[in-house]
Design a protein around this ligand. Structure first.
Ligand SMILES: NC(=O)c1ccc[n+]([C@@H]2O[C@H](COP(=O)([O-])OP(=O)(O)OC[C@H]3O[C@@H](n4cnc5c(N)ncnc54)[C@H](OP(=O)(O)O)[C@@H]3O)[C@@H](O)[C@H]2O)c1
Length: 355
């Protein structure tokens, strides 16, 4: 352990221009030797509990699920920062074309079943942004493989590669004891990250709105209809979060970190009933939509049968998630360094990007 730590310190010092000055190197070595492996690095300034990265130094980030809607948005934000290099991890070569092209972004195929391969992908990486995960299961991906096993592999690989920080995007409602399979899998993933021994920022989010997000697509589709049928009449409360705000929160989280794992619940600035949200979008499109109600219990019976036959798709579990009231009392936008985008502005953006 001592030798590994020593080798890790040495490797980092060579790569690390701040720690290359004598004082930085001594502080770095001492703090590592008193067993603070994930807490301190010569690349960071200490400010109370929070350690802030020196913004002049180049940072290396790896993203899992880089072709997800959040991943693509995050990558487009990174392209605006010259001092960050990214390993954009995807599961197949076909996904490469979906990623923004930039000299800072290096696409790489990663395999969650092979921790050694993942560890190699994370070599020299300062922060991992773990985005891979699903709400809707299919024949090839379920909550256990996509949300739990993939997280476990990423945490193990990050530890072996000496990664200093993990940012994990979770969901409002994540709870290992939840009777809902999606929420419990996200709760289990949070536990894996929390217990990894690596400094971590966990950001729980509500429905995300932005170009390419599933939430925006279904909102625009529903608002485009003359009559739209909503589960429970769309009387559930939402706190839609602009995906640009989430990307900024992720980026800021990569730059600062504290001891252990911190969980934040980041939601949009306004609460709104889903039915009202649809009417608002319809009116912005110059349309009028009438809302009809599908009883949730009836939809769940249909979904149970259909998802069983198809081996995935909209299931009763998914229906419970999308009809849940998203209620959060405190928004940590200040802590995460984000000025929340007003809902109206977010809706204007998704309509401007509508395909
Ligand atoms: N969108 C939302 O409203 C929302 C709300 C709360 C939380 N989140 C969380 O935020 C993260 C990003 O969401 P998103 O909507 O941007 O995702 P997305 O567009 O649906 O993309 C899902 C990603 O997960 C990967 N994936 C699927 N099955 C996998 C498996 N078995 N192992 C490893 N990776 C797998 C996909 O890779 P392939 O393309 O290769 O299948 C893809 O990169 C997810 O963890 C999601 O749970 C999203």
């Amino acid at each position: 352990m001592g030798t590994t730590l020593h080798r890790q310190c040495k490797r980092r010092l060579i790569k690390n221009p701040v720690a290359q000055d004598k004082r930085g190197a001594i502080v770095y070595y001492v703090l590592r030797l008193i067993d603070q492996p994930h807490a301190i690095s010569g690349m960071f300034f200490l400010d109370g509990n929070i350690i802030t990265r020196d913004s002049r130094k180049k940072m290396r980030i790896a993203i899992t699920g880089a072709n997800s809607s959040v991943g693509k948005n995050f990558l487009s934000h990174i392209s605006e920062h010259g001092n960050i290099d990214v390993v954009a991890g995807v599961r197949s070569e076909q996904a490469f074309v979906d990623l923004p092209a930039s000299p800072q972004i290096r696409p790489r195929i990663i395999n969650y079943d092979n921790v050694a391969d993942l560890t190699e992908a994370l070599d020299g990486v300062d922060c991992v942004v773990h985005l891979a995960g699903i709400l809707i299961e299919n024949k090839y991906s379920n909550y256990t493989s996509a949300n739990v096993a993939a997280t476990s592999a990423v945490a193990s690989a990050a530890r072996q590669a000496g990664v200093e920080h993990i940012v994990f995007v979770s969901v409002i409602g994540a709870d290992i004891d939840s009777p809902n399979g999606y929420f419990s899998s996200k709760g289990e993933a949070e536990k894996i990250i929390t217990e990894s021994g690596i400094s971590a920022t966990i950001i729980r989010t509500p429905i995300l709105l932005g170009p390419d997000t599933a939430g925006a697509a279904s909102l625009i589709w529903a608002a485009s209809q003359k009559k739209t049928k909503l589960l429970g009449g769309g009387n559930n409360t939402m706190r839609p979060l602009d995906v640009d705000d989430l990307s900024l929160a992720i980026l800021n989280s990569c730059k600062t970190r504290s001891e252990g794992a911190t969980v934040y619940e980041l939601v949009g600035p306004e609460s709104i009933l889903y039915c009202k949200l649809i009417k608002q979008v319809a009116s912005m499109m110059g349309k009028e939509v009438s809302i009809e109600t599908v009883p949730v219990w009836l939809a769940k019976i249909g979904a149970a049968i259909k998802s069983r036959i198809k081996g995935g798709g909209i299931s009763p579990t998914v229906i419970d998630v999308i009809t849940m009231d998203e209620i959060v009392n405190q928004n940590p936008s200040d802590v995460l360094g984000v000025t929340m985008t007003p809902l109206q502005k977010t809706l204007e953006k998704i309509l401007a990007n509508k395909k």
